[in-house]
Design a binder for this molecule. Structure first.
Ligand code: IPT
Length: 269
């Protein structure tokens, strides 16, 4: 059996860890995985990449690309009757999906900082083209609002450590330093911590930093990163299991939401 994986940039840690889990699980089931990586997420690139995978007669396709509802639905229709499972779509997309609960993750990050007494909280979101980045950002805003707060500053990066570093310089440029920064992924948090070190700002004594992902390196950051864990291995394994199961052939669509958890390390206090 052969499965297809259509993925966003594998230079990013989260998608590469998902791809790794997909490969291993498929291997255990004696299935092979044909991987197609997209540099652009526009409709034409997605349609062409999916077409190439389907031409290889794959028996099911996993799509880990941030997609708005209409494009996700278009791709599912293009692949039919080959089953497709989406890993990065919103809850209103009429497709089969397995996603992490982004609202829960955002809330856990905010609640953790509030419990430590922080009130001046800055936000560093992911790219606004990504549905998950938008949901995390909205989740933070809502959770802050519920506590009667608005963010003292906000910015958006592109998920890379370099963008986290650059945006941190603007977030930390004001007269008054924030108490804390919520960052939409660990790679950007790495850049934020580096910017703090350069500015002589102690993490966590002067600023607490919360990441998002808990990719394999995050426990080795300096200081070890407090972050929201998404279980990428589980997501990869469950996706493969689903595609290889009879449920993938059934005509029902639905979203499975995996819970996330806060991992408290030493970048917050
Ligand atoms: C999401 C990661 O949280 C983020 O760090 C980035 O790598 C992004 O993927 C790339 O698309 S996880 C995704 C399954 C929502």
């Amino acid at each position: 059996k052969t499965l297809g994986l259509l993925t966003t940039d594998l230079a990013l840690h989260a998608p590469s860890q998902i791809a790794s889990a997909v490969k291993s699980r498929a291997g255990q089931a004696a299935a092979s995985v044909s991987i197609s990586m997209l540099e652009q997420h526009d409709a034409a690139s997605c349609v062409a990449a999916l077409q190439e995978l389907l031409a290889q007669r794959v028996e099911g396709v996993l799509i880990n690309v941030p997609l708005d509802d209409a494009l996700a639905q278009q791709l599912a229709a293009q692949a039919a009757p080959t089953p497709v499972l989406f890993l990065d779509v919103g809850e209103t997309a009429a497709v089969n999906s397995l996603v992490f609960d982004a609202m829960q993750g955002a809330r856990l990050g905010v609640e953790h900082l509030l419990a430590q007494g922080h009130r001046q909280i800055a936000l560093l979101g992911g790219p606004q083209t990504s549905v998950s980045a938008r949901t995390r950002f909205t989740g933070w805003l809502v959770a802050l609002q519920q506590a009667g707060l608005t963010p003292c500053a906000s910015a958006h990066g592109d998920w890379s450590a370099a963008s986290g570093y650059e945006k941190a310089h603007s977030l930390l440029a004001g007269m008054q330093l924030p108490d804390a920064v919520l960052v939409a992924n660990d790679q950007m948090a790495l850049g934020v911590i580096r910017a703090c070190v350069e500015k002589g700002i102690a993490v966590p004594a002067q600023i607490s930093v919360v990441g998002y992902d808990d990719t394999a390196d995050s426990a080795w950051f300096s200081p070890p990163l407090t972050t929201i864990r998404q279980t990428f291995k589980e997501a990869g394994e469950r996706s493969v299991d689903w595609l290889l199961s009879p449920s993938a052939q059934a005509d029902v669509t639905g979203q499975t939401r995996l819970p996330v958890m806060l991992i408290e390390r030493h970048s917050t206090a």
